[in-house]
Design a protein around this ligand. Structure first.
Ligand SMILES: [Zn+2]
Length: 342
């Protein structure tokens, strides 16, 4: 399902194509809205904006068309007269002299008076949207603190708390803030909640700017440089079960939270009430594998170096074999047989 960043990017494309233009023809694909098309045709498109996961198109007639793409909705912007090859059903279309903005597939669409938007059951109750440029960390913090007993894994999906977050964003945000999805705001101290609010704003804005990439930009650069495909440099933990945690090297796990898949590092995101682990729980086998990966090509990438760093930080807790593996690597780095690459 497209999340806030994807909807905001779609709104940008639609806005560039049709805002400020005369909507020569407006079409609705659902029978109960049939008559609205001719009524709006000939008016001007005053504005196109995203709010959370909703896209709002406002016309000079004083009407706003609300569209929620749900799971399958997809926006296409085309030159007028050209159509995408698709078997999906056209639900809403605005044709100007030059362009067409087309929304396909199952979508929730309403036409309502622009002045009554606040009364809309979805728009009216939406929480702050981190992609609204006026939204601050404090706005998000207050929205979270309004639900002290709600588990954060569920709270972050609730559009009435914070608008626009979906499944990949909540995994990435809670990983960045080092919070377990079962934690509730009342389990977290003030600093942790402030950090969570900051991560919500930062990561959502990064995803908007980059087209959905939420991994730390330095790691994106090093993973790209080592030739990894986009799915390996897009997210830190989401859809990365079995991969090493970019922070501590532990294995990323897939669990369920609020009925949907959720990815986390159990070491970085301990369950509420359980003490945070102080050492890296990499097994002998994992370490041997890491050593093998590193020595296979004689090159040490930045992310491998980071994992090695983590191991060395846990020095006092390492077994003799682990210590030997690491010593061997350090010797190879020292003699120049292993080269650090970007
Ligand atoms: Zn971790």
């Amino acid at each position: 399902m497209p999340e806030g960043p994807e909807i905001h990017r779609a709104a940008d494309r639609v806005r560039r194509a049709i805002a400020g233009q005369v909507a020569e023809e407006v079409f609705f694909g659902q029978s109960h809205l049939e008559e609205e098309g001719p009524r709006l045709s000939g008016s001007e498109v005053i504005g196109v904006e995203a709010r959370g996961k909703a896209l709002l198109t406002t016309f000079s007639t004083g009407d706003t068309v609300y569209c929620h793409s749900l799971l399958y909705g997809r926006w296409h912007v085309r030159r007028r007269g050209s159509w995408p090859r698709t078997r999906r059903r056209l639900r809403f279309a605005v044709h100007t002299a030059k362009h067409s903005a087309l929304l396909y597939s199952a979508s929730e669409i309403d036409v309502l008076p622009s002045h009554a938007l606040h009364a809309h059951p979805f728009v009216g109750r939406m929480g702050p949207d981190p992609l609204d440029p006026t939204c601050t960390d404090d706005d998000i913090l207050r929205a979270i603190e309004r639900h002290p007993r709600k588990r954060l894994g569920a709270l972050l999906l609730d559009q009435r708390s914070v608008a626009g977050l979906g499944n990949y964003l909540r995994s990435e945000i809670l990983f960045a803030a080092q919070i377990h999805p079962e934690s509730r705001p009342l389990d977290c101290d003030e600093t942790t909640l402030r950090s969570l609010a900051h991560c919500i704003v930062e990561i959502t804005r990064q995803a908007y700017a980059t087209g959905g990439i939420t991994l730390d930009p330095d790691l994106v650069a090093s993973r790209k440089a080592s030739g990894l495909p986009r799915r390996r440099y897009r997210h830190a933990v989401f859809a990365a079960a079995g991969q090493p945690c970019p922070r501590c090297g532990d294995v990323i796990a897939r669990v369920e939270s609020a009925g949907r898949r959720f990815y986390l590092c159990a070491h970085c995101q301990p369950r509420p009430g359980s003490a945070k682990l102080t050492t890296t729980p990499m097994s002998d086998d994992d370490i041997a594998k890491l050593v093998e990966e590193i020595t296979a090509d004689g090159k040490l990438t930045r992310s491998e170096l980071k994992r090695l760093d983590t191991l060395m930080l846990a020095d006092g807790k390492l077994t003799v074999e682990e210590r030997e593996h690491i010593d061997r690597l350090l010797t190879l780095i020292g003699t120049g047989e292993l080269v650090v690459v970007d």
